[in-house]
Design a protein around this ligand. Sequence first.
Ligand code: SF4
Length: 493
Amino acid sequence: MNLNRFERRRTHEVRIGSVIIGGGRPIAVQSMTNTDTKDTEASVAQIERIDRAGGKIVRLTAQGEREGENLQQIVRRLREDGFDTAIVADIHFRPEIAAIAAKYVDKVRINPGNYRAAHGEFEALIEQCRQRGVALRIGVNHGSLSKRIFDRYGDTPEGMVVSAMEFLRVCRDRNFDQVVVSMKSSNTRVMVAAYRLLVEAMDREAMHYPIHLGVTEAGNGLEGRIKSAVGIGALLADGIGDTIRVSLTEAPENEIPVAQLLVDHFSDRTGEFAVVHPERYSPTRYRRRSRIAVPVVHDEPMEGFRILEAVSKNPTAELRAAILNMESTDPVLIKRRYEDRSLEAAAVKAAADLGPLLLDGLADGIWIDAPAFDDAQRREIELMILQAARVRFTHTEYIACPSCGRTLYDIERTLAEIKSRTSHLRNLRIGVMGCIVNGPGEMADADYGYVGAAPGRITLYKESEIVARNIPQEEALDRLIDLIRANGDWREA
Ligand code: SF4
């Protein structure tokens, strides 16, 4: 087996205003506003809160000319207030808005699903960015691939990689290297596979663009934090990632301490353990190592299990090496001790350390040894990690967008209401999305969807089909529950 010292993947530096990422620099944490980008006061106040929390890169949605133009006022006000926060414009569906935003911001994020490579628009944007010293992010999202890519590859990690590589090659051919790339999904297995495949593809072409990591629509609370930690942790443990965002359906400044906790947790990884496992990079090749039907938590019957406890500073790689070195395919229960007194800290660290092994099909059970918490708390975290790693589903999964300037209703309050009525349902995925523009694509895995259609109006989905269009929001939760009942997925609490 190939044993490598843990090291971060080599990337080149990219300047985003006052922040430089890549080239071995500390991993930068970032967030996104959920204010109206036309509202200068609210946007500036929120960016300043994110900056004070430690997020030095902040993204704002720029869906139209007015939002794009107002970025000028927002940046001016921030600088007058003494903030040098790097500002990023998020462009979707209207590539022409990127040209407006690039006059004012430090980075422009585009979704290649909205562009046609080699048709001039993207090339013109590169030249504009080069002249002003603006960075670009090629931000591919599962669920919003172009029709051309989708028809050929489906909504797959492979399709996501093909989409990103087309645009990265255009940047390389035009000798523009101030480019960051991301491959987000709300499905941790798709997300991790897409990033790993992207790294393989970039390595084949000697590309060293920095990588931005994130799990989209992770939800809120402990569940949202754990889901992000499993996906982001799997890649940080591989040495992949130069900047991260933990997307939560909460105030954006809440994302920063969680992201920083993850960065700090991975800042000191040592030891000679295998960190490469290409045979598991694609979910189409995904298979579990042992034949056990359902992965267990530590207090369930586990006769015949081998218990492997990680004791080093690099638990993921230590356990991976131990499992891959086992000659038998006996089921494995992975264990790690956490001395933290904060439940959130213990949960995020455990999800980042142990989740990736479950995600990769290597382990069959989990044991979090955290003496500061009682059995019920530990069990809840363990079950959430199994679900985030997509190996055992015990509660409703919410694919909830973090909200942004496009959001059409109070998503935090609505998500709490939907959770209070539906969280007892098992094996269901409910999408709760702020807008109809991106929402339906990005909740591609959901069984039911609750999507903002217009102010005060909601459209309900059963999988990808619209079943009630533009209904008043006051009726929407009851109608969602009626829909779940009508499809036989309801059970009383
Ligand atoms: S789904 Fe819509 S509202 Fe939610 S984050 Fe995405 S663009 Fe914003």
